[in-house]
Write a protein that binds this ligand. Structure first.
Ligand SMILES: [Zn+2]
Ligand SMILES: [Zn+2]
Length: 313
């Protein structure tokens, strides 16, 4: 394949994954090196053996330069200057995978940043500044993953199996309740948390809000039918019930806002293109569809673990 053909194929692949037009993508990728595969240890070997490169960044920081400019070496793997610190931070993020980790440069913008991807995880490296941090594991996605759950951003979590979301809501809520019991606190401290909000938004997008909400409330507080048996003191039982009611109302509001946002963003049904209803509560199917009938049948489970990395099974 000629260089030109290879480049066009690369631009087309990036355009498709980003849902953008070819011409626009080609302009954005001007000067960007097409991706290549390498092992972490190749980049590490360069990092520990290569001398510091003297780079003219085109700006003068004067005396502050020594203090602020990240020392760089010239890397063949990433095709240009790379800060030592970026590589060492990447190695830290990949410590579980070890030096044999296989990576591929998904995109390299010389002297700015590089995106490198492994099997399920992606990272951004500063090429002018010594930083490295994890990105959502879905190719082309610029967002950061929701750290406490796994390797995907909120939007791409919604593309995972909905059963995984309900399981996770339950596991997370029980774990939080356990912590609370150890501290013997007021049940009101279990109300309201960014984690519950996130789980609700993902569940709404997947059309499993009711299941996720009951899993959350049950896990956080108590099985509603068991409250009187678990709490002998009627005042305590009432406190739990009040907390549960307030949290249910709060979760309902978060869910309703999520439905509104999805419907405003999409406007028409993803299947039949009819306008989406402006009201009607939280549906038991993905809100970017007008009705259950329009939602395509889920693909047959393929037996692999869903993309949530927690809870481990
Ligand atoms: Zn993403
Ligand atoms: Zn429809």
């Amino acid at each position: 394949m000629t260089r030109d053909k290879k480049r066009k194929r690369y631009v087309r692949a990036v355009a498709e994954s980003a849902g953008d037009r070819y011409a626009r993508t080609a302009r954005l990728l001007a000067g960007v090196r097409p991706p290549g595969a390498f092992q972490l240890k190749e980049l590490l070997a360069e990092c520990v053996t290569r001398p510091r490169a003297d780079i003219d960044w085109g700006i003068s920081w004067g005396e502050a330069e020594e203090e602020f400019a990240s020392p760089v070496f010239t890397s063949d793997v990433l095709g240009g200057p790379v800060p030592y610190q970026s590589v060492l931070k990447l190695a830290g993020l990949l410590s579980q995978e070890g030096p044999d980790a296989r990576l591929r440069a998904e995109r390299v913008v010389a002297r700015e940043h590089a995106v490198v991807a492994g099997r399920a995880r992606r990272f951004e490296l500063g090429l002018n500044w010594g930083v490295a941090y994890e990105l959502c594991g879905v190719s082309g996605c610029p967002r950061q993953p929701v750290g406490w759950i796994g390797t995907r951003c909120e939007k791409h979590l919604a593309a995972c199996a909905p059963e995984g979301t309900v399981d996770l809501a339950e596991a997370w809520a029980f774990a939080r309740n356990d912590q609370h019991r150890e501290r013997r606190g007021d049940p009101a401290v279990l109300e309201g948390s960014p984690e519950a909000d996130l789980l609700v938004r993902v569940a709404v997008a997947q059309g499993v809000y009711e299941q996720a909400a009951s899993a959350l409330l049950h896990g956080l507080f108590e099985d509603p039918e068991m409250i009187d048996e678990v709490y002998w003191d009627p005042d305590e039982a009432q406190k739990v019930r009040d907390s549960m009611d307030r949290e249910r109302a709060r979760l309902d509001a978060v869910a309703a806002a999520a439905v509104r946002r999805i419907r405003e963003e999409t406007g028409v049904c993803a299947a039949c293109r009819e306008p989406l209803p402006a009201s009607g509560g939280v549906p038991g199917f993905p809100p970017d569809h007008c009705s259950r009938e329009c939602v395509p049948a889920p693909p047959r489970p393929r037996g692999h673990r869903h993309a949530w990395s927690f809870p481990p099974r």
